[in-house]
Design a protein around this ligand. Structure first.
Ligand code: SF4
Length: 165
């Protein structure tokens, strides 16, 4: 897995003060994507878990880690360990995804890595960016089809629970 970038502090990629990891590789190819270089899975630098983890731990003010891209759910197996370690330190996990939450659930039924990863993610911002539904003023989303979903509440209730409407 390669990464296109890492921010050790951001306030625009989820709630609170966050580290943001941009993975490389995206199959969705949304028209108007702000990060088209991230479509190529060979873009950027090799992912080094300890390096990213140590940078996160150096900022004592962070609320959480956001996974962005690219498409983080291509790398559930690779990201699982980092997510577990970060959560163990009391930080929360947001992940952007071009898949819908319902697509992720169907994928998780036949893929144990996706299933395990979903159990660790607190919030997903789901769905492809649709330029015809662009709404730049909505917090943390680019288009109105994208939802901010409370993953653990949704798994428990077996229905999609929005975190922020
Ligand atoms: S899912 Fe995100 S990274 Fe992928 S093409 Fe769409 S906007 Fe770009």
């Amino acid at each position: 897995m390669k990464i296109g970038g890492f921010y050790s502090d951001s306030i625009s990629n989820g709630e609170g003060w966050r580290a943001v990891l941009f993975v490389s590789g995206c199959p969705h190819h949304c028209l108007g994507c702000h990060n088209p270089e991230s479509w190529d899975q060979d873009y950027g630098e090799p992912y080094e878990e300890n390096n990213i983890y140590n940078q996160i731990m150096m900022n004592p003010f962070l609320d959480g880690l956001t996974l962005s891209g690219g498409e983080p759910f291509l790398y559930c197996k690779e990201l699982f360990s980092l997510v577990k370690r970060v959560k163990a330190k009391g930080l929360n996990i947001w992940s952007y995804t071009g898949f819908t939450f319902e697509e992720l659930l169907r994928w998780a039924e036949r893929n144990s890595d996706v299933q395990a990863f979903l159990k660790e993610v607190d919030i997903v911002v789901d769905g492809r960016f649709l330029i015809e539904k662009m709404e730049p003023k909505r917090p943390f989303r680019g288009s109105s089809n994208q939802r901010i979903i409370d993953v653990q509440a949704s798994l428990m209730k077996q229905e999609t629970v929005l975190y922020i409407a």
